[in-house]
Design a protein around this ligand. Structure first.
Ligand code: FES
Ligand code: FES
Length: 154
């Protein structure tokens, strides 16, 4: 076992991990962070997305030992003071059904909208193209994002 220390949702955390433990499993099973989900386990679906130093990554593809000294943000972190404005638009537009994809989708959009605060619809579609949603058909998600962008002055 190796001790890894890192910042998780703004707090210093340490945990002992095996060399082959995946970040996704350590977050869920050892640290009680349940928003990243297991979907495909091979980087295709985006349900396990977290932010690593502000950049969206697939936690099913990262070894927990790799995150020593780094910063992880999950949905629990971005919404710890209440729903974000984008999440409010997700609610308004019923942008989820089962919700399985929603944490990963939200974090992907979080990163994207920081880099591109005024995207057009095609850019939004492209941004979430790596996050699979089996329920919504994507339309309510895109509506929520576009209204959010419009109303915040984008
Ligand atoms: S579970 Fe990681 S990308 Fe699908
Ligand atoms: S809301 Fe069910 S997979 Fe997206």
């Amino acid at each position: 076992m190796k001790k890894v220390s890192f910042i998780l949702n703004g707090e210093n955390r340490s945990v002992y991990v095996e060399p082959n433990d995946l970040l996704l499993d350590v977050l869920r099973d050892k640290l009680g962070i349940k928003s990243p989900k297991y979907g495909c386990g091979r980087g295709d679906c985006g349900t396990c997305t977290v932010l690593l130093n502000g950049k969206s990554v697939r936690s099913c593809l990262i070894l927990a030992v790799e995150i020593d000294g780094q910063e992880i943000m999950t949905l629990e972190g971005i919404s710890k003071d209440g729903l974000t404005e984008l999440q409010e638009y997700f609610l308004k537009h019923n942008s989820f059904q089962c919700g399985y994809c929603t944490p990963g989708m939200t974090l992907t959009l979080e990163e994207f909208l920081k880099k591109n605060p005024k995207p057009n619809e095609e850019e939004v579609k492209e941004a979430i193209s790596g996050n699979l949603c089996r329920c919504t058909g994507y339309i309510p998600i895109i509506r929520a994002v576009m209204e959010y962008v419009k109303n915040r002055g984008g």
